[in-house]
Design a protein around this ligand. Structure first.
Ligand code: NAP
Ligand code: ZN
Length: 352
């Protein structure tokens, strides 16, 4: 074991403070990574503040962070995929049981034995896993991704969660060429959804509660923007969408978005509000519409997404912050005031 600098919260109501955590020494299959950048996902906030207590209660102290980009500092004797100094990424998972049908099919995110990057039982050290708000991490090579060298690293970090979470359902929907696709919420996930839907040939429409994001939405790739609080604008588009991706992090009226779908349209939830949403049966019945969910993506699909981003020069639009600004960043995340992802420069941790 060795000690690593990190930022943690001690309870749901505590701010982040500097901390020291234990990391395991790299075993045979492990890759030890010096973390260069870590994105700030709204799931980090939900977890740090125990907002998902009914489904996934938080164990404290908690070190979030699952949008990790770094450089390999050491590899175990049996590691074949990576070598010292390689640029790598780690997303929301660090292990799984490797034997179940989900793992077999490349859906490690649905493995009953999957280990999430933070707040999951730690098979090696006991306690829970600690995430990327730290200077280093040790991960089984099967959960380490190759990071394209041609992209801006601060902007690559958010691809490891916001990227794959939007890429996966958009790909799953099939050929989007000429289809009308809605992205609800222009935050970390939403702005990546816009980029991917556009790259796959859709007619992209952003639903936002923030009129000041209109110009950015167009710059990011949207063809149209709807201010969702404007009933007239909403009415004008009712019944016209093929597919909608809902990324809202808070309670909201899902029926107003189901009403935007045309016949056989689908709305997929990736946002994970802490309270259950009220769904009107009639909103779904008329038009044979469907409501689905989607959770990140498997490891092979995550690599596919990173390679797609390298080919199409896609990264997240980031505001780079030092770790010392993390409490302020959470306050701004709650006010939908981030353009469009905070990415922590982990060099700032060295000064602690
Ligand atoms: P984020 O950056 O905070 O973006 C969420 C956006 O939703 C905001 O920017 C805002 O966009 C909109 N919004 C916020 N509150 C709203 C409200 N009360 N009513 C209507 N719109 C509202 O968050 P994120 O990191 O993208 O994450 C979004 C959600 O996805 C979170 O719940 C997160 O936990 C979840 N998530 C799920 C997965 C998965 O695998 N399914 C993976 C990662 C994250 P506008 O200003 O444009 O309205
Ligand atoms: Zn996330």
């Amino acid at each position: 074991m060795y000690q690593a600098k990190a930022y943690s919260v001690a309870s749901a109501a505590s701010p982040f403070t500097s901390a020291t955590i234990q990391r395991r020494e790299a075993t045979e299959r492990d890759v030890q990574i010096e973390i260069l950048f870590c994105g700030v996902c709204h799931s980090d906030l939900h977890t740090a503040r125990d907002e998902w207590s009914s489904v996934m209660p938080t164990t404290y102290p908690c070190v979030p962070g699952h949008e990790i980009v770094g450089r390999v500092t050491r590899v175990g004797a049996s590691v074949t995929k990576f070598k010292k100094d390689d640029l790598v990424g780690v997303g929301c998972m660090v292990d799984s049981d490797h034997t179940c049908p989900n793992c077999h099919d490349g859906f490690e995110q649905f493995c009953p034995g999957s280990t999430f990057t933070y707040n999951s039982p730690d098979k090696h050290l006991g306690g829970v896993t600690y995430g990327g708000y730290s200077e280093s991490i040790v991960v089984d090579e099967r959960f380490v991704l190759s990071v394209p060298v041609n992209l801006n690293l601060a902007g690559v970090a958010p691809l490891l969660c916001a990227g794959i979470t939007t890429y996966s359902p958009i790909r799953r929907w099939g050929d989007l060429t000429g289809k009308k696709v809605g992205i609800v919420g222009l935050g970390g996930l939403g702005h990546m959804g816009v980029k991917f839907a556009r790259a796959f040939g859709a007619h992209v429409v952003v639903f936002t509660t923030s009129p000041n994001k209109k110009e950015d939405a167009i710059r990011l790739g949207a063809h149209e923007v709807i201010i969702s609080t404007n009933a007239e604008e909403m009415r004008a588009h009712a019944g016209t969408f093929n597919f909608i991706l809902d990324t809202i992090a808070a309670d909201h009226d899902i029926n107003s978005y189901i009403n935007m779908l045309g016949r056989d349209g689908n709305i997929t939830l990736v946002g994970a509000p802490e309270t259950p949403l009220q769904v009107s049966a009639f909103a779904l019945l008329f038009g044979r519409k469907s409501l689905s969910g989607s959770l990140i993506g498997g490891i092979a699909e995550t690599q596919e997404m990173l390679d797609f981003c390298a080919e199409h020069s896609i990264t997240s639009d980031v505001e780079v912050i030092p770790i010392q600004k993390i409490n302020e960043a959470y306050d701004r995340l709650l006010k939908s005031d981030v353009k469009y992802r905070f990415s922590i420069d982990m060099a700032s941790l060295k000064a602690e």
